[in-house]
Design a protein around this ligand. Structure first.
Ligand SMILES: C[S@@+](CC[C@H](N)C(=O)[O-])C[C@H]1O[C@@H](n2cnc3c(N)ncnc32)[C@H](O)[C@@H]1O
Length: 215
């Protein structure tokens, strides 16, 4: 397997990290999807939309404070960043989209749940499913997954050869969508048949990784 380099933590974790009661079940589903993406079903998609439609009105107020921390650290320390299209998958309400504009001039933000996406003020927004991304093969220089299920086949297909996957979990290993970084790396390698490497770190309550093909 490709190399994983862990950078020292710069941003401490304050006390008071929230615990999500649904996290363990959601993590099992996220891990299962990362390993077996073809098991994603219409029922799972409907349940996802139902759940995030409920959460949309309170998302920014309840979770806005801590969610940007790991992604901001990743963008600060995880480069270099190839320039071109950045595809933000599972962008939600757009809470993190502004950070991406600090690095990429072209950002397309996509989400399955209109109730979340409709709150975003991003100029380029698409309702879509991460399991079937509506963008051309090798068209993105960055795919950003901030607490979103991993569909490694679509990440590999849409990324240009020098493109990067930016992964973050705002509640770290306890996040509902957390998948261990070695598993993310292995999924990318298995789908692409190529060697990848990762740089990772913890920041605040969260963690991040930036993954790219070697050579
Ligand atoms: C935990 S929220 C994260 C939102 C945003 N990235 C943030 O950090 O604030 C997960 C988001 O991913 C979206 N999502 C879940 N599964 C998806 C899929 N298969 N395709 C696209 N979006 C998906 C949900 O609708 C939801 O808005």
């Amino acid at each position: 397997m490709g190399q994983i380099t862990e950078l020292v933590r710069l941003i401490p974790a304050d006390p008071g990290k929230p615990a999500r009661k649904e996290a363990a079940a959601s993590r099992r589903m996220s891990l299962d999807l990362a390993l077996h993406p073809s098991t994603w079903s219409a029922e799972q998609a409907e349940e996802t939309v139902r759940r995030y439609t409920e959460l949309a009105p309170v998302w920014d107020d309840e979770r806005g404070g801590y969610r940007p921390v790991p992604l901001a650290d990743a963008l600060e320390r995880g480069g270099p960043w190839p320039q071109g299209l950045c595809l933000e998958v599972g962008c939600g309400t757009g809470l993190l989209s502004g950070l991406l504009h600090g690095v990429w001039s072209e950002v397309i933000s996509l989400d399955l749940t209109w109730a979340m996406l409709s709150r975003s003020t991003e100029p380029w927004r698409i309702v879509g499913d991460a399991s079937r991304l509506p963008v051309a093969t090798a068209s993105a220089r960055a795919v950003v997954l901030a607490d979103v299920p991993l569909f490694a086949d679509e990440v590999v297909r849409t990324l240009a050869p020098d493109g990067v996957l930016v992964w973050s979990n705002a509640l770290g290993e306890d996040a509902p969508h957390h998948v261990p970084i070695p598993t993310v790396l292995a999924a990318l390698e298995s789908v692409s048949g190529e060697s990848w490497s990762a740089v990772t770190s913890h920041a605040g309550w969260g963690l991040w990784a930036v993954l790219r093909r070697n050579g």
